[in-house]
Design a protein around this ligand. Sequence first.
Ligand SMILES: *Cc1c(COP(=O)(O)O)cnc(C)c1O
Length: 373
Amino acid sequence: MSQANKTLVAPAHVGAIAPYQAGKPIEELAREFGLDPAGIVKLASNENPLGMPESARQAMLAAANALARYPDPNGFDLKAALSQRYGVPASWITLGNGSNDILELVALALLEPGSAAVYAEHAFAVYRLATQARGARHIMVAAKDHGHDLDAMLAAIDTDTRVVFIANPNNPTGTFLPGEAIARFLEQVQQAHGESVTVVLDEAYNEYLDPELRFDSVALVRRFPNLIISRTFSKAYGLAGLRVGFAVAQPALTDLLNRVRQPFNVNTLAQAAAIAALADGEFQQRSYATNKAGKAQLVAAFDALKLRYVPSYGNFVLVHVGDAASINLELLKRGVIVRPVAADGLPQWLRVSIGLPAENERFIAALTEILSA
Ligand SMILES: *Cc1c(COP(=O)(O)O)cnc(C)c1O
């Protein structure tokens, strides 16, 4: 008998994962720098600066009575509400513990060692993490103007490729691909690869798009059996802390996602709050308007400071500051948390989430002071 191995053993592909770097929590900065948490401005995680909708708070209070029971494993009521909103049967919807969970489910269902996933340089970091966690190969395609180069992504699909991830708008760059470009890409993928390659269209920031840019991605799901769209309640709906998102795909793909899904992945409070938030048109309108105004405020300041930025379609702006690490440290000392994006291959840039007018102003004042020192 061989001697038992007594050291910690993990697959090499797990050891190779560089962990996700989240935005610094307010309490952590307060501890590290001895600051008053109340004076700290956090513009680092693309959260909704309006807080959560009051309608969702009320729905959660009512749902709290049921917390001794497991959540509805099939999310019947939330799926019914989503089904009505998007005009698809409930059997086309998968609920996730945040849309991160949806991305993980895709990787779990479709990737394995020997297979590959394609995504863009500077795309959402979770595509890499989910792919690596499966021991699959990742094919990162160079960005074009900080966004996805769909022609190059099409060309990068090889015989092992099972998944293509597209973030639209993309995080952290804020770039956007119009509906026609997405539709053409899907046609090309289908022509060249049939249904052997699944395309994930991650639309976490969809609700922030100006109305004239919105396109009916659910109609694309009806046309393409290899398309999954992913949405979240974390951003425009203001429920990041609850962790709830969803996917829309045809039944065959939806069935695969549900085979690898934890039965109780979306908790009772999250389901109740999401139903309320979905119906809260007033809050959604306010989120959109606050974001649009805040974006104009930040961009005007960057113009005045002669800083380059990537025109953003999300609730954040990527701005070129040069020595981003030092400037980030100076911002932290002044109680302003933004997001360094060196890990996304953007060492000279910072990503700033759009806050309330006063929060944006705090950031602008701090940045102006730092740059003029
Ligand atoms: C924020 C974000 C998500 C999802 O976040 P969840 O909170 O897990 O729903 C997904 N994709 C992109 C591109 C994001 O920026």
